[in-house]
Design a protein around this ligand. Structure first.
Ligand SMILES: C[S@@+](CC[C@H](N)C(=O)[O-])C[C@H]1O[C@@H](n2cnc3c(N)ncnc32)[C@H](O)[C@@H]1O
Length: 227
């Protein structure tokens, strides 16, 4: 739980509510929130009427999450391991700023697991650190893999930053991009630049395959959301 943001809601999900409603059949296909931290987005999702399963690796974050979002189903889970859910369980998945701590192979595997657990036609709302996020570690650190740095950060020793090609590569299989935008938010003292990706699960759910960031296999459609 980062004390800097523990109680501040960053309303990034609001503009996607109509799409979330359309993709999520509340009873049969709940929302999965990954890296839920202290439950601020979880509580918002519950207030919109969704059934929510919320996961995080940190026990203390989950404890706080259970307080602010008591009707969500909380599960401790490490995103470097398979998700403990059946294929196609969720109508929507929310993954905000939690997929950037891992080596590339593990990042690909996490994306494949997300796809496996998303129902065909379901939605993924995702935010990923941008390579332009210089205020938050995208420069000046030891590089372990391309755009993956030893930052000795609050949540993890290492942090990844994505360029457009890496985001496209990560979701090249089993997803259709509905939107991909680089946006600046002001949730921290210094502005933060992140990719906001909105994706629809297509018919097939491929296994994780070793493809390098920058191997472009598709391009996002330019559908823009309501501002
Ligand atoms: C920057 S916070 C983002 C929290 C929230 N989603 C948001 O946007 O405000 C990153 C979250 O990812 C979680 N996290 C870090 N490493 C993880 C891992 N290996 N597996 C699952 N969650 C992890 C942290 O505990 C933390 O709650």
């Amino acid at each position: 739980m980062n004390p800097e943001t523990a109680y501040v809601r960053d309303p990034w999900l609001d503009r996607w509510l109509p799409l979330l409603r359309e993709a999520t059949n509340h009873a049969a296909h709940p929302v999965l929130e990954l890296g839920c931290d202290t439950g601020i987005d979880t509580a918002w999702l519950l207030r919109q009427g969704f059934a929510v399963t919320a996961t995080d690796i940190a026990i203390e974050s989950l404890r706080r999450g259970r307080q602010v979002a008591p009707t969500a189903h909380h599960v401790q889970h490490d995103l470097r391991t398979p998700l403990p859910f059946a294929n196609g369980t969720f109508g929507s998945v929310v993954a905000s700023l939690c997929l950037h701590y891992f080596a590339w192979e593990a990042t690909l595997a996490a994306a494949a697991e997300i796809r496996r657990c998303t129902a065909p036609g379901g939605l993924l709302l995702c935010r990923l650190n941008s390579t332009h996020d210089v205020n938050h570690g995208a420069a000046g650190h030891e590089e372990i893999e391309p755009n993956y740095y030893r930052v000795n950060g609050y949540y993890s020793e290492c942090k990844r930053f994505f360029d457009c090609a890496a985001v496209e590569t990560l979701f090249a299989r089993g997803w259709q991009f509905l939107n991909l935008e680089e946006r600046t938010n002001h949730r921290y003292e210094q502005p933060k630049v992140a990719w906001e990706a909105v994706l629809r699960a297509t018919g097939q759910s491929p296994a994780a395959t070793a493809i390098s960031p920058g191997t472009r296999t598709g391009s996002p459609a330019a559908t823009r959301p309501p501002q």
